[in-house]
Each structure stands twice: as C-alpha cells, then as structure tokens.
Ligand binder design. Structure first.
Ligand code: ZN
Length: 105
C-alpha cells in the first residue's frame, strides 16, 4: 500500500488515500481510494516501463532544448508509440556514446 500525501479526497478532504493494485486481468492497473470514507477517487495507470530511463536522461545537462521537452512530454504518456520509443532509444544511445569518448589530456 502506497499513501499519496499530495492528494486529498474529493469527497471528504481527507489526505488518507491509498493505491490498491488490481489483479492482472483487471482493466485498470490500480485504484486510488480514500481510507477515511472508502470512496473511489480515480484509476491509476500502469507506470511506463521506460520511466526510470526517462528520469535519468532528464538529469543530463547535454540534452538539447527539443530533447528536454520531448522527454517531459513522453513522461506523461501512458504508452509510447514506436516513433517515441525509437527517439528515446536514439537519445539514450547518443548520450551513452558521448560518455565513451575519451578526454584528451
Ligand atoms: Zn474521503
């Protein structure tokens, strides 16, 4: 059970909300429910598999402005399209390659 301290119940205002994982055959990934009044708040989407990669890339200061806004946009997506996925791989590949370039001394 994960508490969501940033969110409050839309019915009673309680901040005592919890997310409940649904079984794999359920159409939704998880549910956000109020512990105080036991009312359903909203469905929670399955987090992107690529989320940790995107988070790590966003910290890189070698990103171009375009890449930065691209990453911010896809982070909000539920699913990546094939184009978005390959662009993400491309950015990751480029930054990884840059890391391998030896510095002249
Ligand atoms: Zn409530």
């Amino acid at each position: 059970m994960i508490l969501h301290p940033d969110t409050t119940c839309k019915y009673c205002g309680s901040s005592n909300l919890q997310s409940i994982r649904k079984p794999a055959d359920h159409p939704h990934y998880a549910e956000l429910r109020c512990v105080t009044c036991d009312k359903h708040q909203k469905w929670l989407p399955k987090p992107l598999e690529e989320m940790p990669v995107i988070d790590a890339l966003q910290l890189d200061n070698r990103l171009t402005a375009w890449e930065r806004s691209f990453l911010a946009n896809i982070r909000k997506c539920k699913n990546l399209t094939a184009t978005q996925k390959s662009k993400l791989d491309e950015i990751q590949e480029r930054l990884t390659t840059l890391n391998k370039i030896p510095l002249w001394d």
